[in-house]
Structures are given as structure tokens and as C-alpha cells.
Design a protein around this ligand. Structure first.
Ligand code: NAP
Length: 328
């Protein structure tokens, strides 16, 4: 029996080649702007596997359209777009792509921190607008990172990689996570603190926790008011961890100094007023967007599908499904 996999949208060729070499039938990829509902329904109804983007909502209703589905392989490490409980109940594996995107996302985080601290986007605009009239002692003054405190909300793979980079810039590291991180404490001198001191003591607060019912809206008006007026908020995790309307207000009235955002609460839509703020540096969810990383992510997602097709356990399971014998 053929194992069919719906590929929801374009992915690097290497992944499609791998799926086909393994003897799987690939349905798709669908268009990058999103598949028509009828196509989804038709393909999923015939598929044992789904390889999807983080912007595809795979909820209980979608899973119910897929009676033979055995694996949902997300082309991302975050899996907040998938109803994992519904998948688990139906014995469907859910997999993600950890590790391979850690360094790229940490690089972008540092880029946003530096862009905010040194007002790089404002500076670029200033030059392009023909306003540069020569060196001035008071032109576009920023803040330096050495000696400042980086607070990590979430200190897993990406948070730790950001900490290593920030420590090399001379920053002190605080973190808040569910469990202590002895490696991070040993290698970067990081200190675990509760959430309130993380807010009040950080010069840069960088978000690296997953989006969950616990973390949705975790940074809202009250939390922003606990932060230093000189502080920078950076979010390369998921937009809905921050209440964006409250952030716009805080950036506008000087509650905090600046924000660097790669992710947005209702992306691709932006909260009113965000684009007009000179102290916000905005990126279109490109944390893992390097050629090398996207190839590795796609290959990992494909390998997870192939493992399930062979009746093996996939390497990156976030929900355990049923291990069935390979189809004959
Ligand atoms: P990870 O290794 O699982 O790390 C997540 C960290 O968050 C862990 O330290 C965890 O604590 C902590 N955490 C969970 N719930 C928390 C809470 N309520 N309060 C404080 N900390 C909490 O994940 P990762 O690989 O670093 O990825 C992190 C997130 O980044 C992903 O979920 C994804 O949404 C996002 N991401 C975005 C991009 C992008 O393109 N912008 C790219 C990759 C990833 P414990 O370790 O103690 O459990």
C-alpha cells in the first residue's frame, strides 16, 4: 500500500526528493499563500502523512477530515498551530524540527538586540533620507551591551544559544524557565530568577518560550510597566506571548525604550500604530530563514514522515502516535 503525504506548501526540494526516494507518494506542495479548503479536504482525506508550515492551522476539525492520518510533521520547532491533544487521541504522531534552527534563530535575536540598542534601522533611514550632514556628538545615541543584563524568558535550545552570544558581548544573563539550567549557569554565569525580577532587572528582555495557554499574553501592560524605561524587548518566539496593543502603547509613551520583533500576535497582520514607531524594529518571521537551516528543517520533517511510514518511531516526536507496521 502506498503511503501518501500531503505537503501543504512549498518546501526545499531536498525534502521532496527524500520522500519520493523512500517510495512515498507526495500530494502537493500546495501554494505558498495557502491551500484552498477543497484541496485540503481532498488531499488529507487520502493521506497518511502531512508535512505542514507553522502557519497551517491543524485543529481538531482538520484532523477529523483525515481518517488515515498517522503523522503531522511540522516544518518548525514550535507546534502551537497543531491541536496536539486531538492528535494524541487519534493516535497521530506530531513531530517538529528542533536543534537545526537554533543557531540561525539565535543569530537573528542578536541582530534585533543590536539593531535596537544601536538604532540601526533609524540610522539607515536617516542616511537614505539625505539627512546626514556630518558627524555630531549627539547623533543617534544608543546604548551599549557590555555590562548590561539580558533576561531570557525561556532558556531552552534557542535561549541558551542567545545567552552564549550575549555573554561574549559582556552581558550578564538572567533567566526564567520551568527548570534550572546548570549548563547555562556554569558556561555563562547565568542566574535563574522569578518572573517579576526578570522583568524589573533586565536591560534586554528576550522571549524564547513556546506559545501555550500559560504563555499567551504573558507580557501585557502590567508586565511592561515593571520593566526599566531604558529596556529593550525582543521577541523571536511567538507573537501572542506579547499583547501587541499594550506593547505599541508602551513604546509610544516611553514605558520601555525599544522593541525588536520577528513575530506578531496575529501575523501577518500588525497592530495599529506599530509600523509608525521609530523605536520598533520589525522582521517578517525570519528567525530560521537561512538557506542551510531551511534545508535541514525540511529534511528533518521528511525523515520524521518516512520513519512513521516504515512503522518506526520518528526522531522528533512531540506527541506519540501509534506505532503500526509499515503498510504492505
Ligand atoms: P525549547 O528548547 O523547548 O525551549 C523553551 C524554553 O521555554 C524552555 O527553557 C522552557 O523551560 C521554557 N518555558 C516553557 N514554558 C515557560 C513559561 N511558562 N515560562 C518561562 N519559561 C517557559 O524550545 P526552542 O527550540 O528554544 O524554541 C523556543 C521557541 O522559539 C519555539 O517554541 C518557537 O515558538 C520559537 N521559534 C521561533 C522561530 C522564528 O522563526 N522566529 C524559530 C525557531 C523557534 P524548561 O526547559 O524548564 O521546560
Amino acid at each position: 500500500m502506498t503511503f501518501r503525504v500531503t505537503v501543504s506548501r512549498p518546501v526545499p526540494d531536498a525534502a521532496l526528493a527524500l520522500l519520493r526516494e523512500a517510495g512515498l507518494e507526495v500530494l502537493g506542495p500546495g501554494p505558498s499563500e495557502g491551500m484552498a479548503e477543497a484541496d485540503w479536504t481532498d488531499r488529507l482525506a487520502r493521506s497518511e502523512g502531512l508535512l505542514c508550515w507553522l502557519s497551517d492551522r491543524v485543529d481538531a476539525a482538520r484532523l477529523a477530515q483525515a481518517p488515515c492520518l498517522r503523522v503531522v510533521a511540522n516544518y518548525a520547532v514550535g507546534v502551537d498551530n497543531i491541536d496536539r491533544e486531538a492528535a494524541g487521541v487519534r493516535g497521530i504522531w506530531v513531530t517538529n524540527t528542533p536543534d537545526v534552527l537554533t543557531e540561525a534563530t539565535a543569530d537573528l535575536t542578536l541582530g534585533l538586540i543590536l539593531a535596537c540598542a544601536r538604532r540601526l534601522v533609524e540610522a539607515d533611514r536617516f542616511v537614505r533620507e539625505g539627512r546626514f550632514a556630518g558627524w555630531r556628538s549627539d547623533l543617534l545615541l544608543g546604548t551599549e551591551l557590555a555590562g548590561k543584563t539580558l533576561g531570557l524568558l525561556g532558556a531552552g535550545r534557542i535561549g541558551s544559544a542567545v545567552a552564549r552570544r550575549a555573554a561574549a558581548f559582556g552581558m550578564k544573563i538572567l533567566y526564567n524557565a520551568n527548570s534550572p539550567k546548570s549548563d547555562l549557569e556554569r558556561t555563562c554565569g547565568a542566574q535563574r530568577v522569578a518572573f517579576p525580577p526578570l522583568l524589573s532587572r533586565s536591560d534586554v528582555l528576550s522571549i524564547h518560550c513556546p506559545l501555550s495557554s500559560e504563555t499567551r499574553g504573558l507580557i501585557a501592560r502590567a508586565e511592561l510597566h515593571r520593566m526599566k524605561r531604558t529596556s529593550i524587548l525582543v521577541n523571536t518566539a511567538r507573537g501572542a506571548v506579547v499583547r501587541e496593543a499594550d506593547l505599541v502603547e508602551a513604546l509610544r509613551d516611553g514605558t520601555i525604550a525599544a522593541a525588536g520583533l520577528d513575530v506578531f500576535e496575529s501575523e501577518p497582520a500588525l497592530s495599529p500604530g506599530l509600523c509608525a514607531l521609530p523605536n520598533a524594529v520589525l522582521a517578517p518571521h525570519i528567525g530560521s530563514a537561512t538557506v542551510e537551516t531551511r534545508d535541514r528543517m525540511a529534511v528533518l520533517a521528511a525523515r520524521n514522515v518516512i520513519a512513521v511510514s516504515r512503522g518506526e518511531e520518528p526522531a522528533n516526536a512531540v506527541v506519540r502516535g501509534a506505532v503500526s507496521p509499515p503498510p504492505r
